[in-house]
Design a protein around this ligand. Structure first.
Ligand SMILES: Cc1cc2nc3c(=O)[nH]c(=O)nc-3n(C[C@H](O)[C@H](O)[C@H](O)COP(=O)(O)O)c2cc1C
Length: 258
């Protein structure tokens, strides 16, 4: 039996997680880390456990770090797969180290190149680039899946001093970057952003979203907003948004819809 725990803002990681689940067969279960983190700490046990998340600033998203520190993870085979835009930096080394601190051995680690989703900084992906990256994502996910099925064992490159600096600066700065979110008057108060936010960082006050300091900057709110009402830095109402084309907003809900 396999359990896949994933964190995803714009659906890239969820898409790869689903592809693996289809490959591994019907005894595979998928869990949204955002929802799991709303449950009390528990023992997570399976024959095979796979942890999947996007790389943030060459490192592990804070929510995933907290997930790894909070739950007891027990399996004979544990894999970590990260989706990333271009460079995964020290994300795999970090997850290896976090698990080792908990006396858990990571058997296999791999990166899955995907579409870059940090569009307020890098802009929306061009159609051609998007196609290429989606194809690369599919190929890498398939390869990682086959290697996991074969019980492959590897170890990420562990010494990554530059990544440590980048991810530390990002984590220190992220609570201040929250102030850069804006909400346009066209917001209709549907609250999809709050239901999707994996970090449960959005509350709705007088119809409009308010962003909490534990925001992960996963880009879910501004990319899934049906009104494109959420802006950030150079992302305006008319800027095209991104999410994985085969993932729907309802697949991303942390809070099940009523
Ligand atoms: C805050 C933030 C930081 C990111 N940092 C990196 C990075 O350091 N390296 C990289 O290759 N991609 C980076 N990305 C891109 C994402 O890792 C990538 O697009 C990922 O596939 C998104 O997955 P998701 O759709 O499941 O959220 C970053 C994205 C965000 C939002």
């Amino acid at each position: 039996m396999t359990k896949i725990y994933y964190f995803s803002g714009t659906g890239n990681t969820l898409w790869s997680a689903r592809k693996l689940a289809a490959l591994f067969g019907p005894t595979t279960e998928l869990f949204n880390i955002g929802s799991v983190m709303e449950q009390p700490p528990s023992m997570i046990e399976a024959e095979r456990i796979i942890i999947m998340f996007p790389v943030y600033a060459f490192g592990v998203p804070v929510l995933v770090r907290r997930f790894l520190m909070r739950h007891i993870i027990h399996a004979s085979y544990i894999a970590a797969l990260v989706t990333c835009g271009t460079v995964s930096g020290g994300a795999l080394a970090e997850v290896y180290g976090l698990l080792r601190r908990r006396h858990v051995r990571l058997s296999y680690a791999a990166r899955i190149p995907s579409v870059e989703n940090y569009i307020p900084i890098f802009g929306p992906p061009k159609e051609k680039t998007k196609e290429k990256r989606l194809a690369a994502q599919e190929e890498s996910t398939e390869r990682a899946g086959q290697e996991i099925l074969a019980g492959a064992v590897n170890r990420p490159w562990l010494i990554r001093p530059f990544s440590w600096i980048v991810r530390t600066l990002f984590r220190l700065g992220k609570r201040f970057f929250v102030k850069a979110y804006t909400v346009d008057g066209i917001c209709n108060g549907c609250a999809l952003c709050a239901k999707i936010c994996p970090a449960a960082a959005i509350t709705i006050e007088r119809k409009y979203p308010v962003f909490g300091s534990h925001c992960e900057h996963c880009q879910a709110c501004l990319n899934w907003c049906p009104q494109r009402a959420i802006g950030y830095i150079r992302l305006k109402q008319n800027t095209p948004r991104y999410h994985h084309p085969q993932v729907k907003a309802r697949d991303m809900l942390r809070v099940p819809s009523a």
